[in-house]
Write a new protein. Structure first.
Length: 127
């Protein structure tokens, strides 16, 4: 099986590194980006298998990135999982309505749990 490529668009340097290390250890190929603009450019060009997307980021926030990805025929089918510190129920619902597969509140899930949910997703295509 080919290694699944995952864009990790997360502005917290430490969390991004830990997430990428755990993804690599689990057999994925992670690609880290510290702002929405560079992450969006990568996804549009490289079409990874999944996007882990923080909401609050510099240059372009996650909702703007999600809107652009889901509006384009080239990227609309790439699954996106929102990672956030906290968001209002309204913003979380908006993200799901825009096409996110789901979301994880960072403080409620260990990185290992998020990685496990991604393994399950690729096994059965649901987060």
């Amino acid at each position: 099986m080919d290694k699944k490529r995952i864009a990790v668009i997360e502005d917290d340097v430490t969390l991004s590194k830990v997430m990428c290390d755990e993804l690599s250890d689990a057999g994925f190929s992670p690609f880290p980006f510290l702002d929405g603009e560079s992450g969006l450019a990568f996804v549009q060009k490289e079409k990874p298998d999944l996007v882990l997307l923080d909401i609050y980021m510099p240059k372009k926030d996650g909702v703007a990135v999600l809107k652009e990805l889901k509006a384009s025929p080239d990227t609309k089918d790439i699954p996106v999982l929102i990672l956030t510190v906290s968001m209002s129920e309204k913003r979380l619902r908006e993200a799901v309505e825009l096409g996110a597969e789901g979301y994880r509140i960072k403080s409620e899930f260990a990185v290992g749990e998020i990685v496990e949910s991604l393994k399950s997703f690729f096994d059965k295509k649901s987060i």
